[in-house]
Write a new protein. Structure first.
Length: 310
């Protein structure tokens, strides 16, 4: 692992902790949008490129949206190798499903960041939404990229499916905050905790929230009611990785998703959506987590199971 400091790659852990030993996620570096009235970034077919990793739940969201919104023929994609070691994310086709950097033939993902800003100081993460016309990064924050995909290209595609409808936005925003802090990021806060208290706080918040979600799904098909929304699409990548990785690797072993009656049924139903299934590569997921995090799994042994996921 490593990070860019003043445009130079520095090897070493990028996992930050606060004074209490709790994992502290760094904010993303590029936060622009795409819209018909934007002065620079307008929706155009073939103009934008998405850099992702199948292992990454944050990147998985963007792939799901790209499919659901009919953007495959308009936004091209490159996929990094699942290993994230001293050189960070790399392009290496030796692992099935990984691709080259289709735009520049780069070896390292950090080269994309350096193209956008030669003197940048940042962590090097996926997803990245790249603009071929201006040769820069539009956005590398997944929650904002999926909002761009939700409605930014509607006039181009004619696809008006709306996963952030105005009538539900307050409910979606409220549950998103809870899910992000306690579930999406909660598994990382549990796995990367450096003190017992930091771990206990994180894992307690995680399972309290999963309990609440299971209760919600006892009477609802989806998190905010009877229709699929952004809240579901932000949650499902974490749920799909939970039993296969987070239970053991991140010590989130109080329960499995399989042990929750309603969450388990919900996870299975959402996985049956083709866009979700296509964005979920089990081999990339297992390889990345168990092989990349040397501080947690120093011998890089990849577990065989679980035998039954759902």
């Amino acid at each position: 692992m490593g990070k860019l400091v003043d445009g130079q790659w520095l090897k070493g852990s990028v996992m930050r902790s606060d004074k209490d030993g709790a994992y502290d996620r760094q904010p993303r570096s590029f936060r622009e949008t795409i819209a018909p009235d934007h002065p620079v970034f307008q929706p155009e077919s073939g103009r934008y490129h998405l850099y992702v990793g199948y292992a990454c739940p944050w990147a998985s969201r963007t792939l799901i949206y790209r499919s659901l919104k009919g953007l495959e023929e308009h936004i091209s994609v490159s996929v990094v190798h699942p290993d994230m070691l001293d050189e960070g994310w790399v392009f290496d086709e030796s692992f099935p499903g990984a691709t080259p950097d289709h735009l520049f033939g780069s070896r390292y993902l950090r080269e994309i960041y350096q193209r956008a800003d030669a003197n940048i100081s940042t962590s090097v993460t996926v997803p990245i939404l790249w603009d071929k016309k201006t040769q820069t990064i539009v956005n590398n924050e997944s929650s904002e990229i999926i909002r761009i995909f939700n409605d930014g290209f509607n006039e181009l595609t004619g696809n008006t499916a709306d996963f952030y409808p105005s009538a539900k936005r307050s409910a979606i925003d409220a549950i998103n905050d809870d899910i992000y802090h306690n579930v999406n990021n909660g598994v990382y806060r549990s796995g990367f905790a450096k003190t017992q208290k930091a771990y206990d706080d994180a894992v307690t918040g995680l399972f309290d929230t999963l309990d609440r979600l299971d209760d919600i799904l006892a009477s609802n098909d989806y998190i905010t009611g009877d229709s699929l929304t952004e809240a579901d699409l932000r949650l499902i990548p974490t749920l799909l990785r939970f039993d296969i990785v987070y239970v053991t690797h991140f010590k989130c072993n109080w329960k499995r998703i399989k042990d929750y009656k309603n969450l388990s049924r919900y996870t299975k139903r959402l996985y049956a959506i083709p866009a979700v299934e296509q964005a979920t590569n089990w081999e990339h997921i297992k390889r990345h987590y168990y092989y990349s995090h040397e501080s947690i799994n120093p011998y890089r042994i990849i577990p065989k199971g679980p035998q039954d996921l759902f």
